[in-house]
Design a protein around this ligand. Structure first.
Ligand code: MGD
Ligand code: SF4
Length: 745
């Protein structure tokens, strides 16, 4: 069908890409050519197992190299449930991360020449000695807790071990308070379980998929996109709630073009219809939930007519979609989303999603949510970690249900006037480009200014490196061993990452860097191996397999041991909540002084002449990390600004024209962005893909291309429950003249 074809566009598009990136000899797989390619490549080239680091879906793959040791191609592993043998365009283009000539090549140390600050190249010994001595002296003076780690991805794991070894768990990542945090807290409150990654959504068997601002298809989480494509083929109903006509909306039976920031009102009215019309799963609700009567009373007045005035969605449409969901139940998924830090009441919105699924009886049901399982990888032996006096928990103590470190609270703890009891003095930033991922640049820069010492470990000269005292070049995922991937899925599986090539220039793996710093800090006992390969070998042996076996198969699948994927008819399942039931009413929230059931609160709206800044993903890019990747940059070089034709008419804007943006706090974008006039965006918002507008000239392809949305996110609405930073309440006005005459574009 044409709907299916649409979703596959990105995959087919890659064939074209392959032809234009001949330097890297991308074969353009991911299409029906896949099998042919795999057969031919397998005959000629050597293959090494890895898992992808271009996003955090962690698809298992094979890296093919020729006799000279040149990488020819990366192809998905057929036995991997994360990718079903096919990588997304980014994964295929991951080789560009390795090939990028702009990569960091040597350690760098900040120095002053003629009164000007600059970096000089340094040897590894000098850089590591400096870090260890600075860390040790800060540890002496302020305690190990004063040294914070901001991290993301595989390198983070190695540094987390280093930090815990010397006594700090002052650790945070943007993947929590700027991303998934609220949904984990919301689902945990309701089901006693995190959603986790990959989400345990049984999309392949669903009859109805409801996406609330989730733009699967642009957000290319591999197996999820493939399953959605299959579900569409199998006739599943897709309902998309999005102020923008996303790719997913274009595949949908129902597109509800909701007024931004009103999703909770829509969900309350869906609950109203489902309860009033007795469409909920009575048996399931009785057996597994608690608080139904309270919920029934709570939503009584939230009729579709009430919601219409708030959301702009017609009552008939609200009723119709509620009935369709119930008709498909329990094979229905109201998707929890992923990047959900929008308006500051995000945990409550996630609760609304969780409650809807509870009413429809979809948790633990085929075509709804399955019970995920993973396999435990044994810990490589090391001495017990010391107990820090304080850490991420204490820093974020204002937010009672925070379950991980809150980056923005670590930032505040690093500023004397903002901090308090828990002063942070040094940072290591590893695998995260915080100037693009953490909002409120002013606060961030103030914190950095006050730090005694800052280290950045990255593969690329991203903006964040410019703030460091020492910059360390990590090698890319194709050049190193890393921890074993053990992820939750329908069945447990593990995957290994083995270097396909030698590290380029002087780059080194994170495990090596962590070990070197650890030894120099006097905690060498925790790094009792010469090579990380030994760690993996030991772990695999403990798991009854071997590195040799994994080098041949890449992915090992294990049978489930925790029981059935779904609830059984006669089962008396206990949920890990205080009541042992699905909590439609949360006593825990009530005890903490929060609404025990979601409530709709009005959010600020753009003033005259301003538009809400909405942002999202493109299928060929991940956050800010891929903008300079030669292969992926080839596919999309800059972001563009979606503008509704009405707005374009008023402002006299044309597609292709470059404009600047200024937000409500008078923050003006450094660079300009290309206008795209389209009906696909509402007249009250503008939209762009996140991750562009790089301001480091060393990124030769990405520098000055497009706008960095994060720069314009100076205002955040903080979630009082878990500390997430709602970022969708920023408003911009469009400038047609260059406000900075001194910047060359
Ligand atoms: P990236 O911007 O991709 O992601 O935020 P980040 O984790 O900061 O930056 C990753 C950094 O890691 C880059 O500097 C890259 O060069 C480096 N890197 C890549 N591979 C390696 C490696 O192997 N080793 C090392 N040492 N470094 C590596 C993501 C975060 O951002 C998330 S998860 C979300 S969902 C939020 N999304 C978001 C948004 O949509 N809009 C705005 N405005 N802010 C957002 N912030 C959040
Ligand atoms: Fe890599 Fe794409 Fe898989 Fe993400 S979804 S891990 S980028 S192949």
């Amino acid at each position: 069908t044409s709907r299916r074809k649409f979703i596959k566009i990105s995959a087919l598009g890659l064939g074209g890409v392959a032809a234009t990136t001949s330097a890297l000899n991308m074969f353009g797989a991911n299409s029906y050519l896949d099998e042919l390619v795999k057969e031919n490549v397998a005959k000629t080239f050597k293959r090494t197992p890895t898992y992808c680091e271009v996003c955090f879906w962690k698809c298992a793959a094979w890296t093919y190299t020729d006799e000279e040791g040149t990488i020819k191609k990366i192809i998905g592993n057929d036995n991997d449930p994360h990718c079903y043998g096919r990588l997304c365009p980014r994964g295929t283009g991951g080789v560009g991360m390795y090939a990028d000539e702009d990569r960091l090549k040597t350690p760098l140390i900040r120095t002053t020449v003629n009164g000007e600050q600059t970096f000089r190249e340094a040897s590894w010994d000098e850089a590591l000695d400096l870090i260890a001595s600075k860390f040790n002296s800060i540890k002496e003076k302020h305690g190990p807790e004063a040294i914070a780690l901001l991290k993301h991805g595989s390198p983070g794991k190695h540094f987390e071990h280093l930090y815990k070894s010397f006594g700090s768990d002052t650790i945070a990542e943007p993947a929590y308070a700027q991303c998934r945090g609220p949904r984990e807290t919301g689902f945990n409150l309701t089901y006693g379980s995190w959603v986790g990654s990959p989400e345990p959504t049984d999309i392949r068997d669903t009859k109805c998929l409801v996406l609330i601002g989730s733009h699967i298809g642009e957000n290319m989480h591999n197996s999820q996109v493939q399953e959605m494509s299959d579900a569409i083929d199998n006739g599943a109903t897709i309902i998309t709630v999005d102020p923008r006509f996303s790719t997913a909306a274009s595949k949908s039976n129902h597109w509800l073009a909701i007024k931004p920031a009103t999703d909770i009102a829509l969900m309350l009215s869906w609950m109203n219809v489902i309860i009033e019309e007795e469409l909920y799963d009575k048996e399931y609700v009785k057996k597994y939930t608690t608080g139904f009567e309270s919920l029934k009373n709570h939503v009584q007045t939230f009729t579709p007519e009430w919601a219409y005035g708030i959301t702009t969605i017609k009552p008939a449409e609200i009723r119709k979609t509620a009935r369709e969901m119930a008709h498909a139940a329990p094979a229905v998924i109201v998707h929890p989303g992923r990047h959900v830090t929008w308006y500051g009441d995000d945990t409550q919105r996630a609760r609304a999603v969780a409650i809807l699924n509870g009413l429809l009886g979809s948790w633990g049901r085929r075509g709804g949510f399955y019970f995920k399982e993973s396999i435990k990888v044994p810990k490589y032996p090391h001495p017990a970690y010391p107990h820090p006096k304080w850490g991420w928990k204490e820093i974020g103590e204002k937010y009672p249900l925070a379950q991980m470190g809150i980056t923005t609270e670590v930032v505040k703890a690093s500023i004397e006037s903002e901090g308090g009891k828990y002063p942070v003095k040094a940072w290591m930033v590893a695998g995260t480009n915080i100037t693009k991922s953490i909002p409120n640049k002013e606060l961030l820069e103030k914190a950095i200014e006050e730090l005694e010492f800052m280290v950045v470990v990255d593969t690329m000269p991203m903006a964040v490196t410019g703030y460091a005292d020492v910059v360390l070049p990590e090698c890319t995922y194709l050049e190193r061993y890393d921890g074993i991937r053990s992820a939750t899925n329908r069945e447990p599986s593990i995957a290994v990452r083995v270097p396909a090539v030698e590290p380029k220039w002087e780059s080194k793996p994170a495990w090596w860097i962590a070990k070197q710093i650890g030894e120099r800090m006097g905690v060498g006992d925790y790094f009792n191996y010469n090579d990380f390969k030994e760690v993996i070998e030991w772990q695999l042996k403990e798991m009854g397999t071997s590195l040799e076996e994994l080098e041949k198969i890449g992915v090992k699948n294990y049978p489930r041991t925790s029981g059935s994927l779904y609830l059984k008819e006669d089962e008396n399942h206990t949920f890990y909540t205080p009541s042992g039931k699905i909590e439609l009413f949360s006593q825990e929230l009530k005890n903490l002084g929060f609404d025990p059931m979601p409530v709709y609160n009005k959010h600020p709206e753009p003033p005259q002449g301003y538009y809400r800044l909405n942002y999202g993903r493109a299928p060929m890019h991940t956050f800010s990390r891929t903008a300079n990747n030669p292969n992926l940059n080839d596919l999309k070089k800059e972001n563009d600004l979606w503008v509704n034709p009405k707005v374009a008419r008023i402002l006299g804007l044309k597609t292709g024209q470059y404009v600047w943006l200024k937000n409500q706090d008078d923050v003006t974008s450094t660079f300009s962005i290309k206008v795209r006039v389209t009906e696909r965006v509402r007249w009250d918002s503008v939209y762009m893909v996140h991750g562009f507008g790089h301001d480091n000239k060393k990124l030769t392809r990405a520098y000055a291309k497009g706008i960095n949305d994060t720069q314009l996110i100076s205002k955040v609405a903080i979630d009082p429950i878990m500390g997430g930073t709602g970022m969708r309440g920023n408003f911009v006005t469009i400038l047609t003249k260059n406000p900075h005459k001194n910047i060359e574009i």
